[in-house]
Design a protein around this ligand. Structure first.
Ligand SMILES: NC(=O)c1ccc[n+]([C@@H]2O[C@H](COP(=O)([O-])OP(=O)(O)OC[C@H]3O[C@@H](n4cnc5c(N)ncnc54)[C@H](OP(=O)(O)O)[C@@H]3O)[C@@H](O)[C@H]2O)c1
Length: 233
């Protein structure tokens, strides 16, 4: 089968399509015929060797996919050959087929396209974990999303809005802020200027902050959480 392979760490340009061995199924595993693969910020970090866990080359990146199940391990229940699924793969998704742990594979509804499904696990899973599992965000609470126009950020905006929270989205350009409003933000702020704290004090006396970006974390987050308030991590 064909896969994208990096033989050295670097920019995405180091990736090349190559013939590689097809995956060998084991217990608790599922083989998926990949129809679409998500591209996330961390996928680029993995290829560059700057992600929090380092994988030495040769490597095939690709942290999330959608496709059709080809085979399942003998002990796998709940999903079988032919099922349309999405999966969190961690690595290996940029290939014609990928081997995934069965508990990372989820059936998708007929009306969900493979392309939409392949962009779902990382962005929505990350923001759901931050806002629901960690922050326990409730209806009528306020959440500030930094880096709100990116993949993880827009997912956070949508999830928080669906929970009934008041969503303040921070983004660096007019176009990005408009996008946030289209995805359910109640208010937007420009966080590229120095007056961020002042804007926030006017908008929200108590707020959860979900920072999706490293630079936003380091430059803004500790200083911009009004009291009472807390940071979702
Ligand atoms: N912990 C986890 O499980 C997990 C999972 C997925 C992602 N992440 C992390 O979440 C962050 C966002 O990922 P993503 O996939 O949503 O990324 P993305 O779609 O590329 O969005 C990143 C956003 O961050 C802002 N930004 C600030 N400084 C930036 C810079 N130097 N380069 C690029 N963008 C910058 C940009 O908005 P503005 O221009 O408005 O600032 C941009 O919209 C990344 O740091 C990623 O590593 C963590």
């Amino acid at each position: 089968m064909r896969a994208q392979v990096a033989h050295r760490l670097g920019s995405p340009h180091v990736l090349r399509f190559e013939e590689v061995d097809a995956p060998t199924l084991g217990p608790g595993q599922v083989v998926i015929d990949v129809r679409a693969a998500g591209v996330n910020f961390p996928d680029g970090l993995i290829v560059a060797g700057t992600y929090q866990t380092r994988t030495e080359p040769p490597l095939t990146p690709g942290s999330e996919v959608a496709g059709v199940v080809v085979a399942v391990g003998a002990d796998v229940a709940g999903v079988g050959p032919g099922a349309r699924v999405l999966a969190f793969t961690g690595m290996g998704g940029y290939a014609e087929r990928v081997l995934v742990a069965a508990d990372m594979v989820f059936p998708i509804p007929d009306e969900m396209s493979f392309v939409d499904a392949a962009g779902f696990p990382v962005a929505y899973g990350t923001s759901f974990h931050a806002l629901v599992d960690r922050a326990d965000l409730r209806k009528d609470e306020t959440v500030l999303v930094l880096g709100a126009s990116g993949g993880v950020g827009l997912a956070a905006v949508e999830i928080a809005a669906a929970l009934g929270a008041r969503v303040i989205a921070a983004a660096s350009s007019e176009e990005k802020r408009r996008l946030c409003l289209e995805h359910g933000a109640d208010a937007v702020i420009d966080y590229s200027g120095a007056e961020l704290q002042e804007q926030l004090r006017r908008l929200a006396p108590g707020v959860w902050t979900w920072s999706t970006t490293r630079s936003a974390v380091s430059t803004h987050r500790p200083r911009c959480v009004p009291s009472p308030g807390a940071v979702a991590t």
